[in-house]
Design a protein around this ligand. Structure first.
Ligand code: ZN
Length: 429
């Protein structure tokens, strides 16, 4: 549904008029400089570069006079005390890590927005009755350890300290060891859990990572539901033999089975009965990886996303069954295991209503849409009321060096965010 403000509607200037695109662009440039060499931006979960980005956020907030701290999960929180007697906070923020060769906007725009909102509130001396908390979540991207939203999952109590040695990156480093290596205390991660009674609502601003807003020429999207994700690790084991010496009828080629599985997954997701499902194979390893040897072992990862939890799990189960049949037909062994499973989250309408009213007040037409990507807000939303606000993505690109949103299209979203937080500050619901 798209709504447009009436032509000529009055648009009273508020503190949001102070939102400064130049400052936001400067924050984004500072974060973009913190990258490993190579295309785009590489600042992996629980890496020293991610910690340096958190330090940039912390210094900005401390400079504005906020109380800042990093919890044992690696999340950095900055708090501005409220003037009133309400103790349940409003909050905003996002993440600062990226995928390998990612962009400078996914997550980072939401943190830059939090930095700008805090600056406007402090500089203008705006009174607010609730505490305002600004958060840079740790390790949101699942690219390194397979599980996404690690900092927010720990804050929500969905991942505990005992789970952390169970996640490993491709070099065999566990999440617990990676955290310890950057000075965190993974053994104390359970102390990072948020107390729901200390929160009124949390709203994250994020780039859309799709083309809905761009195609409609809109600056703002309000999310109603976030897709869940079931991730599978599949290992196909055949027999590695000479590519010239082994006739076709004697082959047990793990790569051919993997290829059939990839195509099958794509076809299942395109079935009109599963409209809304998304199936992706984004990583595949072939052993022994020689041009003249039939692949004896292939490992690949399947990401199943949906806004319907039943259909999400049913699709994952169907794929596991069909992959097994495809492998059996070629005498290849195949094992499928679920390595992560996150259900979709329906966001509370009353929080979204405040965002929509904030956009209306600014005369900004907006659109209500689902999010195909997972976000920190999805985890936080399990324990406190949460909202998600989108700004456009140029060409819908994300997790790419070409990810881009012009500052002129970030500023309206930050203005809506600020107005949303002010509305939530003054309201009981
Ligand atoms: Zn993100």
């Amino acid at each position: 549904m798209t709504t447009a403000a009436a032509p000529g509607a009055s648009r009273p200037a508020g503190p949001d008029a102070e939102v400064d695109g130049g400052r936001i662009a400067a924050h984004l440039a500072r974060f973009a400089a913190l990258s490993e060499p190579g295309p785009g931006c590489t600042r992996l979960a629980f890496s020293p570069l991610e910690r340096r980005a958190h330090a940039v956020f912390a210094r900005h907030m401390a400079g504005l006079g906020l109380a800042v701290g990093t919890d044992h999960a690696g999340n950095t929180l900055a708090e501005l005390p409220g003037d009133g007697d309400a103790s349940a906070a409003v909050g905003t923020g996002s993440h600062l890590d990226t995928v390998p060769s990612g962009g400078g906007y996914d997550g980072i725009v939401g943190v830059a927005a939090a930095m700008e909102v805090a600056e406007v509130i402090v500089r203008a001396g705006i009174r607010h009755r609730r505490p305002w908390r600004f958060v840079a979540f740790a390790a949101e991207e699942g690219a390194r350890f397979g599980q996404a939203c690690n900092g927010s999952r720990m804050a929500a109590g969905l991942t505990s300290a005992a789970d952390l040695p169970g996640f490993t990156d491709r070099d065999g480093v566990t999440m617990a060891d990676a955290m310890a290596a950057v000075g965190l205390r993974p053994d104390l991660a359970d102390r990072s859990r948020w107390r729901p009674e200390e929160w009124h609502a949390f709203v994250e601003l994020h780039i859309e990572q799709g083309e809905v807003l761009r195609s409609r020429g809109l600056d703002v999207g309000v999310v109603d539901v976030i897709s869940g994700s079931t991730r599978l690790r599949v290992r196909a084991t055949g027999r590695a033999t000479h590519s010239g010496g082994t006739p076709m009828h004697l082959r047990r080629d793990a790569m051919v089975v993997a290829a059939e599985c990839v195509v099958r997954g794509d076809a299942v997701a395109r079935d009109p009965a599963r409209q809304g499902a998304r199936v992706t194979v984004g990583r595949l390893t072939v052993e022994p990886g020689s041009i003249t040897t039939i692949p004896g072992e292939v490992e690949f990862f399947v990401d199943v996303r949906d806004v319907d939890p039943e259909r999400q799990r049913a699709t994952a189960r169907l794929l596991a069954r069909e992959f097994a049949e495809l492998a059996a037909a070629r005498d290849v062994e195949l094992v499928t295991e679920v390595i992560a499973d996150t259900p979709p989250v329906v966001l509370p309408g009353w929080v979204a209503d405040h965002t929509r009213a904030a956009a209306d007040g600014l005369g900004l037409p907006h659109h209500v849409l689902p999010s195909g990507a997972s976000h920190d807000i999805q985890q936080i939303g399990h324990i406190i009321p949460a909202g998600l606000l989108f700004v456009p993505s140029e060409a819908g690109l994300s997790h790419s060096p070409d990810e881009f949103t012009p500052t002129e299209q970030i500023v309206p979203g930050v203005r809506v965010l600020l107005r949303t937080l002010l509305r939530l500050d003054g309201a009981d619901r």
